[in-house]
Design a binder for this molecule. Structure first.
Ligand code: NAD
Length: 695
């Protein structure tokens, strides 16, 4: 397919961008536009030019597939293309349907006139990738819609509907129906009437009041940006549109764009963007694998997780059969779901009618017979293998052939669970995170025998219920909980060595974690980990050696739910308050172990906690449990509150340099009595030796 179709409609040349799926402005498209414009200018029969895209995308901006390849830096660059449009001696009109985003909108801003469909969306979302619009957007948009509106749009990165720009210099016409026909008519008339060509570069912005507004913008954006460089750089670039001549503004914008490209924050944001596109692609499962239809879902257990999981499906209109062991448990579960929806209704997010619609999609039941027709069952009962066995034996007996049987287990062996059925190919893990109706992450756990179409169906389902899905192999805790176990062990060891829960939480929160490990532990409940550690000791046939957390559990301190854990809590308040009882338990523990506490720096706290996870993740990758390092990052960003601007633990390790990570780990491993897991994982060592990063 020709990247730019050239079709004359009477005296108007219509240039249609054809680079699916989003009309990314790759090299072929950039060259094609310039060639089309030159052809139209050279043809005396052509009096005007219309540039348009597809129904869905005028253009989504840069072509991400070209990133990091030589083509991305090949002439013509986008600013060259825009200059060619702007300098054209015949009217150039953009006909915008669908999305005009980033470079796509900048391209349109280079045209003399713009006609858009009412439903089209326009935006400059570069700030979300830690960047600013680098092809004139910060200079032309203020000249089109005014300083304040442009600044808001560029700093927020939020796209807006075309209808919002009716009557501004951004859109000359907002239409319903055939946008190309409207643009052709507009172009023809502009040529016939000899309408002066409008070049945004020629607009002079009023300076009155600009200084005061920009000062206010700098202060408020600085406060909201939390140290991220891009939002403030956006403000400065937009300020140049008033204070600098146009060409100088362009030059400074381009320089700021390249400076931002080199910040760790932008590298992290672009890494996450690419990670989200790569996740869910499995090397051995073709994209066109036929899917099993999922029209109705069964959920076993209406507790904390079962209720949240159910809501995911109700939210997208899928009916759910919800099973419990007693009417009382069922009523409790239903009441919780209703309460959650009613809270959303009170906040104006749902209407009362929508609440009833969603509740109406639930079929409550106490009998497995109700599962005869469901296409997928997700089990969310107690975390005990014997209970899982009972459930899966019954599911196997009643569910129709081809129904997918999933477990929400956090740690247990999916292969063993699959073995309770006569259809292990239909069994997998669907590991949601709490609260399941809120958290974005879904770990899709692939059993040894899980069929390919079951995996493909689960991945499609994850998209449908708007989760970030990451595939994990079977191991204790899968990707996330297996790594968090090391993170927790490192944090606990720091307590024994001399740090306090407050110091550790604060150091990690300063690093950017939403919540430190001890506040998080108190929120989740310390009893779960206690039970797991006792179970693991029993399975390994060794006596259970209680940790400090276990000592707290022995005192009935399970966290917020019992009013005390690593901290104490006043009734009805979630503030974590330091507790002398904890200091006492810790001091006794240290003296029983013969430890003299030492002073520990915040930097060491971050290194130990984060590198412990990175090291475990390297083993997870080596074992093939995770498909790619960026999948690990998505798990941590979406399920465990890892700071978004650091791009996840693996991206952070790359920034630090794997050589430095290995060197630090070696230091920890060499300490007397060190855990054996501090030894750098073979994959980490290999990459560091070869001077490489996690891909
Ligand atoms: P929960 O105790 O809140 O709920 C379990 C529910 O299952 C209860 O309502 C119970 O009545 C019901 N139940 C027990 N046996 C049953 C049976 N045989 N048939 C039908 N219903 C039965 O537990 P939860 O926190 O929702 O955890 C459920 C599962 O989800 C566990 O495997 C857990 O490891 C996993 N999980 C929990 C979390 C979390 O943060 N709570 C996160 C991810 C995964």
């Amino acid at each position: 397919m020709n990247p730019v179709d050239y079709t004359p409609q009477g005296p108007v040349a219509v240039l249609t961008l054809q680079n699916p799926p989003v009309n990314g402005l790759g090299h072929a498209l950039r060259s094609g536009i310039v060639a089309g414009v030159d052809r139209a200018l050279a043809d005396p029969a052509i009096t005007a030019i219309v540039i348009t895209g597809s129904d869905q995308f005028f253009s989504g901006g840069a072509d991400v597939r070209e990133f990091g390849t030589p083509r991305s830096s090949m002439s013509p660059h986008l600013p060259d293309v825009i200059r060619a449009l702007e300098n054209a001696g015949k009217p150039v009109v953009a006909a915008i349907a669908g999305h005009a985003l980033g470079g796509g909108l900048e391209l349109a801003l280079g045209c003399h006139f713009r006609v858009a469909l009412q439903s089209a969306t326009l935006g400059l979302p570069e700030v979300k990738l830690g960047l600013l619009p680098g092809a004139g957007g910060t200079q032309r948009l203020p000249r089109a819609i005014g300083l304040e509106a442009a600044l808001n749009m560029i700093v927020s990165g939020a796209p807006q509907k075309a209808a919002a720009f009716e009557g501004t210099g951004l859109l000359d016409q907002v239409v319903d129906g055939d946008v190309v026909a409207a643009a052709v008519a507009f172009a023809q008339k502009a040529a016939a009437d000899k309408t002066p060509l409008k070049r945004l570069r020629d607009v002079k912005l009023p300076t009155a009041g600009a200084d005061a507004f920009l000062q206010f913008a700098r202060t408020s954006v600085k406060a909201a940006a939390k140290g991220l460089p891009a939002p403030l750089a956006c403000v400065e670039a937009v300020a140049d549109s008033v204070t600098q001549p146009f060409d100088e503004g362009l030059r400074r914008e381009r320089a700021a764009f390249f400076a931002l490209m080199n910040t760790p924050e932008s590298r992290a944001a672009r890494h996450v963007f690419a990670a989200e596109r790569a996740a869910g692609k499995l090397p051995d499962i073709p994209a066109d694998t036929p899917l099993r239809p999922i029209r109705t879902v069964g959920v076993v257990g209406a507790g904390t997780m079962g209720g949240g999981i159910t809501m995911n499906f109700l939210n997208v209109g899928t009916p759910v059969v919800l099973l419990e062991t007693s009417q009382e448990a069922l009523d409790r579960g239903l009441a919780t779901i209703r309460r959650n929806y009613e809270t959303s209704a009170k906040r104006g997010k749902l209407t009362a009618e929508q609440v009833e619609q969603r509740m109406g999609l639930i079929t409550p039941t106490l009998s497995y017979d109700s599962f005869q027709d469901v296409d997928l069952v997700i089990e969310a009962v107690f975390e005990q293998m014997d209970v899982k066995e009972k459930v899966f034996t019954q599911l196997d007996a009643v569910c129709k052939p081809g129904a997918i049987l999933a477990s929400n287990t956090s740690y247990l062996d999916i292969n063993k669970i699959a073995g309770f059925t006569r259809r292990p190919q239909d069994v997998l893990g669907l590991h949601f995170f709490s609260p399941a109706n809120v958290m974005k992450l879904l770990e899709i756990v692939r059993g040894a025998q899980t069929a390919k179409d079951v995996m493909a169906t689960a991945l499609a389902l994850g998209k449908q219920i708007r989760k970030v899905s990451v595939v994990s192999g079977v191991c204790d805790g899968f990707i996330g909980n297996r790594m968090v176990a090391r993170y927790g062990a490192a944090a606990n060891a720091l307590i024994v060595a001399g740090a306090s829960p407050q110091q550790i939480d604060q150091a990690l929160e300063k690093f950017g974690f939403a919540m430190g490990p001890f506040r998080m532990g108190d929120l989740a409940g310390l009893d779960i980990g206690w039970a797991t550690r006792k179970r693991k000791a029993a399975e390994a046939g060794v006596p259970h050696d209680p940790t400090v957390a276990d000592k707290l559990c022995e005192l009935g301190r399970f966290g917020q739910k019992t009013g005390a854990g690593w901290y104490r809590y006043e009734p009805g308040v979630r503030n974590a308050l330091p507790d002398p009882v904890v200091d006492q338990v810790v001091a006794e523990y240290r003296s029983a172990k013969g430890v003299t506490p030492r002073k520990i720096s915040d930097e060491e706290i971050v290194q130990r906690c984060v590198f412990a996870m990175v090291n475990e993740a390297a083993r997870i990758l080596d074992e093939g449990i995770a498909v790619r390092a960026s999948d690990v990052d998505l798990v941590y960003l979406n399920g465990y509150g890892f700071p978004a601007h650091r791009g996840g633990p693996m991206c952070y390790a790359n920034e630090v340099g794997l050589f430095n990570v290995v060197r630090t780990l070696r230091g920890f491993a060499a300490e007397p009595g060190a855990f054996d897991w501090w030894a750098p994982a073979p994959l980490l060592r290999k990459l560091a030796e070869e001077g490489q990063s996690f891909a």
